[in-house]
Design a protein around this ligand. Structure first.
Ligand SMILES: Cc1ncc(COP(=O)(O)O)c(C=O)c1O
Length: 407
């Protein structure tokens, strides 16, 4: 187990109680809380060091640029990219995927080409591909889910053809917590020369990620789901692939030379970063990564698996509870979705909230997946470094209370 109290103490939000009740935050898959060092960097930066990047020749601007680019380097090392040029800053995972769907998609996908996604996708990794398929009269194919909530690899192999231009799949589901063995999926896509995008929004914060080992063309994730600020998304792309793609947004900072009627564009990564970027939040994100690395991703993964196992044991004791998680914890991250017979998820979450327990309810931005499970909505608990067994015990007490109320 991680040293929970030491970790929790570093997150100011946990010192605030509601009616004397401690905060039990079980919604990190949506967005995580922020440690003090991340909050402090933001405050200090605005108070002492703020200036725009990439343009001033005065000290403040040069230092800002240095810190901004240092963060890019730290991120590239964190996922073992070959070069910091392969890291593009966006607003979030959603924007990263849209950038690829527009830039790569518009210039490489044509009539009757095929795009493959999976049945586990978040709307962010589904809707942009639906729209691209419509724009280009291409075909969208979906890898089905097996009863055990893992992806059907054999069906995937049959979906791939010479017309497959891109495979866009999640590495970890935000609903079932299913961990997808992405390397296997990449290898198969390579046989058809298809590009492959990994949605790492849920996996990168929790599992060690090595883009060179995975050999994916793109990996996307969000800072706010890994202790960092909101407003920072990462798009990793192989340098050669990004080089071949046209810019997504046009304007300042992404140009090389501008004439009245024509312009040429900057090299990577600036080519994809038009306008003033989210400087402070990018700089603060570096601290979040350092925080995670200090704990160690292997320790985080182990910790979350033990929380998942514990929560499964505690919650499955109630016959009214139906869990939506792979049977084997080996195939799942720290996410536990469930329903409670006779209690609508929104009612359950309201009762949990009375005890200052935050869980997520609804379709989790994955409506087709939730519907395919035969549910209209699910409850979801998700864990991160600051959670402990006591959090689950408190949530279990809230569940017991709800069951009594709805008897
Ligand atoms: C698997 C997955 N993909 C994409 C997203 C979208 O992330 P963002 O809202 O940061 O764009 C999420 C957010 O929950 C997610 O869980």
């Amino acid at each position: 187990m991680l040293n929970q109290s030491k970790i929790k103490n570093q997150f100011p939000i946990f010192s605030h109680k509601k009616d004397g009740k401690p905060l039990v935050f079980l919604d990190s898959a949506s967005s995580t809380q922020k440690p003090k060092i991340v909050i402090d960097v933001l405050k200090n930066y605005y108070e002492t060091s703020y200036a725009n990047v990439h343009r001033g020749i005065y000290d403040l601007s040069e230092k800002s640029t240095e810190a901004y680019e240092k963060s890019r380097k730290t991120i590239s090392k964190f996922i073992n990219a070959k070069s910091a040029k392969e890291i593009i800053f966006t607003r979030n995972t959603t924007e990263s995927i849209n950038l690829i769907a527009y830039s790569f998609g518009n210039s490489n996908i044509n009539k009757n080409d095929e795009i493959i996604v999976s049945a586990l996708e978040h709307h962010s990794n589904l809707v942009p591909w639906q729209e691209l398929a419509k724009r280009k009269h291409a075909k969208l194919k979906i890898i089905p889910l097996k009863k055990d909530l893992t992806l059907d690899f054999e069906s995937y192999k049959k979906l791939l053809t010479k017309k497959t231009k891109i495979v866009a799949i999640t590495a970890m589901s935000n609903v079932t917590g299913t961990i997808v063995p992405i390397e296997k999926f990449v290898k198969e896509a390579r046989k058809y020369n298809a590009k492959i995008l990994i949605d790492g929004a849920q996996s990168v914060p929790h599992l060690k990620t090595d883009v060179q080992k995975i050999d994916c063309d793109f990996l996307v994730f969000s800072a706010h789901k890994m202790l960092g600020p909101t407003g920072v998304g990462i798009l990793y792309g192989k340098e050669a692939t990004l080089d071949d793609m046209p810019p997504f947004l046009y304007g300042g900072d992404m140009i090389s030379e501008v004439k009245q009627f024509n312009s040429s564009y900057a090299e990577l990564p600036n080519k994809f970063e038009a306008g003033t970027p989210n400087i402070a939040d990018v700089i603060a994100f570096e601290k979040a990564i350092e925080f995670i690395e200090e704990i160690g991703l292997e320790n985080i993964e182990k910790h979350e698996k033990s929380l998942l196992k514990y929560a499964k044991e505690k919650f499955s004791k109630y016959p009214e509870v139906k869990l939506y998680t792979p049977k084997d914890c080996k195939n799942a991250g720290g996410i536990l979705s469930f329903t409670v017979k006779g209690i609508h998820p929104h009612d359950l979450a309201t009762i949990f909230n009375e005890d200052n327990v935050c869980i997520r309810t609804g379709q989790h931005c994955a409506a087709p997946l939730v519907e395919s499970l035969g549910e209209i909505a699910l409850n979801r608990m998700s864990f991160y470094v600051y959670n402990d067994f006591n959090d689950i015990d408190i949530a279990k007490k809230s569940l017991k209370k709800a069951l009594k109320l709805f008897k």
